[in-house]
Design a protein around this ligand. Structure first.
Ligand code: ZN
Length: 105
C-alpha cells in the first residue's frame, strides 16, 4: 500500500537531481514533482521549490501530495500549503516508508 508513494519518492529524487544539475543549486527555483499520494493512478504534479522539497525529505515518513490527496487510514496531515499538503505515514506504512528512505542508503 505504500509501494506507490515510495516509488514516486524515488522518481522525485531523480527529478530533483536532474533539475539541480540543469538550473544549478538555486534553492528558490521551482520544480514539478510527482504527487506522492496513495492513489496508484495519480500522475499529477506538485510544484515546489528545491528548498521546500529538501525540507520535506528531511523526514523519511513525510510525503508531498496535492490538496485533498490525503488518505487518513495511512497518514496524518502535517501542513496545508498553497498548492500542496504534507502528510506523514503512520503505523506500518510509516515504518515501511522509513526503511525504504532513499536518503538513508
Ligand atoms: Zn495524488
Amino acid at each position: 500500500m505504500t509501494e506507490n508513494e515510495t516509488l514516486f519518492r524515488e522518481v522525485n529524487e531523480r527529478v530533483d537531481d536532474t533539475a539541480a544539475d540543469f538550473v544549478g543549486a538555486d534553492e528558490d527555483s521551482t520544480c514539478d514533482y510527482f504527487c506522492e499520494c496513495a492513489n496508484a493512478d495519480c500522475t499529477f504534479r506538485v510544484t515546489l521549490t528545491h528548498a521546500q522539497y529538501a525540507s520535506l525529505r528531511a523526514d523519511p515518513r513525510q510525503f508531498v501530495v496535492l490538496p485533498m490527496h490525503f488518505t487518513p487510514e495511512v497518514e496524518t496531515l502535517v501542513t496545508k500549503n498553497e498548492g500542496y499538503w504534507l502528510v506523514r505515514k503512520t503505523g506500518d506504512a510509516g515504518e515501511y516508508a522509513e526503511r525504504l528512505d532513499p536518503r538513508s542508503r
